[in-house]
Design a protein around this ligand. Sequence first.
Ligand SMILES: *Cc1c(COP(=O)(O)O)cnc(C)c1O
Length: 367
Amino acid sequence: MSAPAIMVLLPSLPKADAILPYLRRIDESGMYSNNGPLYRAFCEGFSAFLANRTDAKGTVDSAVVANGTLAIELALRHVAKPNRRHVIMPAYTFVATAHAVVNTGHVPFLADCCEDSLTLTPQTARAAMARLGEDPAAVVVVSPFGGPIDIPSWERFEAETGVPVVFDAAAAATSLTYIGHQPVCLSLHATKVFGIGEAGAIVSRDLSLVQRMRGMAGFGFDGAARTSAYLGGNYKVSEYTCAVGLAVLDDMDRKIAALFDLTRSYQRGLGNGAKLQVGCGEDWVSLTTNVILPDDRVSSVLAAFEKNGIMWRRWWGDGVHTHPAFASVPRADLTVSERVAYRTIGVPFHEKLTQDQVALVCQAICG
Ligand SMILES: *Cc1c(COP(=O)(O)O)cnc(C)c1O
């Protein structure tokens, strides 16, 4: 008999008892959606949580919407330059980024990423722009599995090129170190580090941008007026979602500390050329942890995982361009993306993982 599988991801959201006091507040208010009291409390609490972890103290606001993909769509619809066809985005990302771009009426132009940071850099974006031969409507920069993004370098990029930048920082709710005036889009999906079920958020220091996002999420109503001031749709979250969100906030500091501990156990056990993403476990954590393997060891490590019942994932697959739905989208040279997609492997990472299990995974990695 083989040992039971070691799960790769086990989301853990607050238990019913932790959510109950917030549910009772819904009973009392009789408000179930439409920017009710729990929505306002959660936006405020979430913004304060982010501001305290970055150097944007006190000035950051957030619009919570139905999911992270829609957060990107709303931000893009608002900032994209009119009458431009393409949006530059990395090929190495979760496929949601590409869906969001297409849903705003744009064509993704897939750019390569930086080998060390796994992200788009202003240099790779400029190379993609040169390849494209025309100005894009926008650039979407993606946080690699929750890893931090150098936002100030993208502020300079936008100032210099006039091309608006939107951040798909889906999994980076606990690792942002700076928030400026550009929209930062987060996912609050159950599988993300700040998981509350299904939700997303647009965060910025530009308070009028956040207000616009909130308005667009609710039929383009600006404030209390029931007239559509601009185009939007219904991308709202209910008070029940915000109840879960408030319970998550209550427990976040403990959760972050536990995830840091777990990441450090991995760090101590890794060797033989295998490493974590840059800064992972030191400066930041997320809910999916990847090891980056030497190319010539990938197949033997994966075979050892299979043999020992250790689950693993290439969380972003082989890149957006390998999905049939995006097979024909235009792209720059993607040599680096294909290389990093091959060697970047999601390993078991969740709060139920024991030290012995981490040791077993590390043994399989070290060979
Ligand atoms: C999860 C994720 C999304 C999508 O977020 P949802 O809330 O599931 O819509 C988008 N981009 C990246 C990089 C993600 O990891």
